[in-house]
Design a protein around this ligand. Sequence first.
Ligand SMILES: Cc1cc2nc3c(=O)[nH]c(=O)nc-3n(C[C@H](O)[C@H](O)[C@H](O)COP(=O)(O)OP(=O)(O)OC[C@H]3O[C@@H](n4cnc5c(N)ncnc54)[C@H](O)[C@@H]3O)c2cc1C
Length: 457
Amino acid sequence: MPDVLVAGAGPTGLLAAYELERAGLDVLILERDVRPTTQSKALALQPRSVEVLADRGLLAAVEPYVEARLPAGHFSGIPIDYTDLPTPFPYQLGVEQAHVAAAIESRLRTPVLRGAAVTAVEQDAEGVTVTAGGRRHRAGWLVAADGGHSTVRTLLGAAFPGMSARISLVVADLTLAGKPAGLADDWQLPSTGSGFLLPLSGGRFRAIVGGEEQQRLGRDAPVTADELQRALTDAHGPEIKVGEVLWASRFGDAARQLERYRHGRVLFAGDAAHIHLPIGGQGLNLGLQDAVNLGWKLAAHIRGHAPEGLLDGYHDERHPIAARVLVSTRAQGVLGVPDPDAAAVRAVVTELLAVPEAHRAVALELSGIGIAYPGTTGRATDVPAAPDGRPVLVGASLPAGWAGRVETREGTKPQLVRPDGYVVWTGGSDLEAALHRWFGPPSAAEDTVSAAARGTG
Ligand SMILES: Cc1cc2nc3c(=O)[nH]c(=O)nc-3n(C[C@H](O)[C@H](O)[C@H](O)COP(=O)(O)OP(=O)(O)OC[C@H]3O[C@@H](n4cnc5c(N)ncnc54)[C@H](O)[C@@H]3O)c2cc1C
């Protein structure tokens, strides 16, 4: 029996599984689709996500598919400079989401079980039983990373308050049989408004349209080449000719977030926990950070190493971050509305973002570089993660009783770093207190699966 089941092999579920496997647990991912998707909603990784992948040696597997290094992010299309961010990766990495997912999947010990759509979830004091693809699977815990339409969320009746979609847009990857002069040939910062076209590799283009016709059509109406042709002609003129539509989907500006990320033995992450307008490139970054925040906490809980409240700290740390992204993306959505009042607000915001302090604050937020959870001093850029997911102590001796639980390294700058890369001690006499606060009592059993894993913790 695996320690943890993961619903959904999107980037969030895959990275959560990777983190748990790294910590030595057995994980089974249950995925609805029969084969890995080639459809990439996200096309870019924020700097903090790049750091996380690099830290785990996953970036090398992504590199061959990188199409651009974008020295800026954007706030509703207003460029936000990343070049002086305090990170080895001061840029967005232009890479299709499917390649990021494939890179993580290639490093998993246990193959993803595909064609296994979750249809039922039961939990009791000892564990969870999940029906997927007609078979029942049992484990101690379930990570629900089954996306924005999360079945697990529905099955548990988890409160998902927020705002329904008011606008409707279409995303499509397509080829062009006719291309107007002046259309960019390389990656560009997205503009707002209908008719966005971004060249991808292999002669493909990413189109996003959201004109009057898209508002009229229902969310479930199939996207046709004719619809795309009309929208792109409106934006780019009669020379543009849609060739083949490779995939297309409708999306909107619904903004919702789970009230609680933990429901007993079920923990939600990624789009299953929060949805918002995909503007400013935030969703994938949120999901990946959820995964690395949850992974080590759940592993510690299962192993019996976790101090009181550590697992619930996943919700406490990550809920406010996504709540802030919902506010930011709603604000960005308003700035993109083709309306004179919105244009006036946009002009004012553009001026304000020219103030260096404001510009930097937004850069730190959008890039994920500025995140520092309570009790941490931010992330360590010079302390690579331990391969086995243990915390890392640099430049100090480990107090008695902690041997084996924490990886120690030489260094002149004392730091104690959580497995997700956040610094919880930077020198001084309180090392033991920091170890206790974050990594539990030293006497806890080292390699035995604890009572918590069996359901009594
Ligand atoms: C048009 C668009 C553009 C975007 N651009 C960006 C961007 O540039 N940058 C960015 O950061 N974010 C972007 N996003 C958001 C980003 O794509 C998502 O936040 C990201 O996909 C979330 O990953 P996830 O793993 O949580 O969910 P998903 O990627 O949705 O993965 C969920 C997985 O669960 C599976 N699943 C679903 N139901 C079940 C079930 N019942 N049982 C088992 N498996 C199931 C699905 O098949 C899927 O594999 C964009 C989104 C859209 C729509």
